[in-house]
Design a protein around this ligand. Structure first.
Ligand code: SF4
Length: 273
């Protein structure tokens, strides 16, 4: 018997709204369990036999995709893939700095290579990239199919200097810059090590004020530069990501956000390895 949100609420949860699961109500928790696979064990007040039974029911309905929220990442990837044909890939390879090996486009990516065809994007080990990362790669390629080739000028700008970024600036600060500052304040060496591991090139000689400056060649036509200022007596640590003024010819604003988040996550992950 499949468990709807109401079934779960009525038949399984204690209905006390105690908030220990970090949701305001049992009904809200039930919604997350049924539609987004939030673990039922997040509620500590379910008898073990009921929990065992309900988890089995949920497992079966997850398998069938029943009542699950639609996975937006699947649609986004399909949409991005659909914009590119085999012929497009062949013609676009040189223009974006890649080369064709048979039907596969080999594209430099940070300090590694991607293998791209119409079925997906793989890394050097032959593993599929995550859906979001594949979408990011396909968007970069699709933006160059009909456009004139645009060469980066080397003139760098911060995210908020690009048009149509107002709604994303707070998100950039809260989800990307602040966590980076928190992770690396007082740990310049750790940040530098993480950057070098992720393919960063030291460009400190080009800047006077930041303590660290590293440039990442994301794709042959797309780079991002990270500047980091260590905290002083009168100011906090600061971080800034800079992009070439022509980056919006190669990535849309959503993709620039994705890239920034991806880089921040990789640096934090590299620092704890
Ligand atoms: S912990 Fe359980 S009982 Fe408490 S609010 Fe969450 S679902 Fe309801």
């Amino acid at each position: 018997m499949a468990l709807s949100i109401v079934d779960l609420y009525k038949k399984v949860l204690p209905k006390t709204n105690c908030k220990e699961c970090s949701f305001l109500t049992c009904l809200a928790f039930a919604g997350m369990v049924v539609s987004e696979k939030h673990p039922l064990r997040g509620c500590p007040h379910i008898a073990s036999d009921v929990l065992e039974w309900a988890e089995k029911e949920l497992e079966e309905q997850y398998r069938q995709g029943k009542w699950l929220k639609k996975d937006m990442a699947v649609d986004a990837l399909q949409l991005a893939k659909d914009k590119i044909t085999k012929e497009d890939l062949k013609q676009i390879g040189d223009r974006i700095g890649g080369k064709m090996e048979g039907d596969v486009l080999v594209l430099p990516y940070f300090n590694t290579y991607l293998y791209i065809d119409s079925s997906g994007v793989k890394d050097e080990a032959g593993n599929d990239l995550s859906r979001n990362e594949q979408t990011f790669v396909y968007i970069h390629i699709s933006m160059m199919i009909k456009a004139e080739a645009v060469t980066p000028t080397g003139n760098l700008k911060s995210f908020k200097e690009f048009p149509n970024t107002v709604a994303k600036v707070v998100s950039m600060r809260n989800h990307i810059e602040e966590p980076l500052k928190k992770a690396f304040a007082g740990n310049l060496e750790g940040l530098k090590r993480a950057c070098l591991q992720c393919g960063g090139i030291d460009v400190k000689d080009n800047y006077e004020s930041p303590n660290l400056a590293l440039s990442f060649q994301v794709f042959p036509l797309v780079a991002v530069t990270l500047l980091f200022w260590e905290a002083g007596e009168e100011f906090d640590a600061d971080v800034k990501l800079l992009f070439d003024e022509k980056v919006t010819c190669h990535l849309d604003i959503e993709s620039i956000m994705f890239l920034s988040q991806y880089l921040a996550d990789r640096l934090r992950a590299a620092s704890i390895l």
